[in-house]
Write a protein of this length. Sequence first.
Length: 148
Amino acid sequence: MAMRNRIEVMHGVNLDQIGRRNPEHYGGLTFDRLEQRIGAYGRELGLTTRFFQTNSETEFVEHLHRLEELADGIVMNPGAWTHYSYAIRDALEIAGLPTVEVHLSDVGAREEFRRVSVIRDLCFATVAGQGVDGYRDALTRLKEKLQR
Ligand code: DQA
């Protein structure tokens, strides 16, 4: 069987601005550096990573519509959409790919509204509060899942 190693790394609203957001939560890394680090983790694990970021919910949803044939798994950090976007939830269900939800910050220990995730039950794992290292964890879990 062909190797299933194509991972789509999807970032949502305001993640492109993490270098300007509270370093206590987001680590002070620029978004470019974040994507570079994730790409390096992917290479270490023998995974092919492709990156997508948008601040448009429509584009995020339409990207998910196209993904079925293009990727084997998803690492997704939708930013604030995590907490309320049923449109993204439905699109993720349509994509039907194994997905890990990732958050740089510890969403369970911040404001009440961040404790809700409308995508969580569609994801086979959630990683939060580990900063950029959390993405390595997410990629490792996806690799294990895809090898099974
Ligand atoms: C975030 C957490 C969200 O609550 C927030 O809206 C973000 C980033 C994180 O990576 O910690 O934009 O998803």
